[in-house]
Write a protein that binds this ligand. Structure first.
Ligand SMILES: [Zn+2]
Length: 83
């Protein structure tokens, strides 16, 4: 197994552009569901970005989930909210 990522269009190995990207996954109705930390990977040819390689995952049933979401949102930057 490998965590390497390749751009299909350019056939280049993607490089880490940012480590420790916080990602908040929302339900289709916009309700916070899962908080994860991953890496932003960028194609060196076309600058296409993806976020992948997630490590720690905090789900909505965890005790500190709402507090962590509120804190990250209050920081005003850096949190990527996805559906
Ligand atoms: Zn590319």
């Amino acid at each position: 197994m490998t965590t390497d990522q390749f751009c299909v269009k350019c056939r280049r190995k993607m490089r880490v552009a940012k480590a420790g990207q916080e990602v908040l996954e929302l339900t289709e109705k916009g309700v916070p569901y899962k908080l994860m930390t991953g890496d932003v990977l960028r194609c060196p040819e076309c600058d296409y970005d993806v976020v992948a390689r997630f490590g720690e995952v905090t789900a909505q049933h965890n005790d500190d989930f709402k507090e962590r979401v509120a804190r990250l949102r209050s920081l005003g930057y850096g949190l990527l909210e996805v559906v």
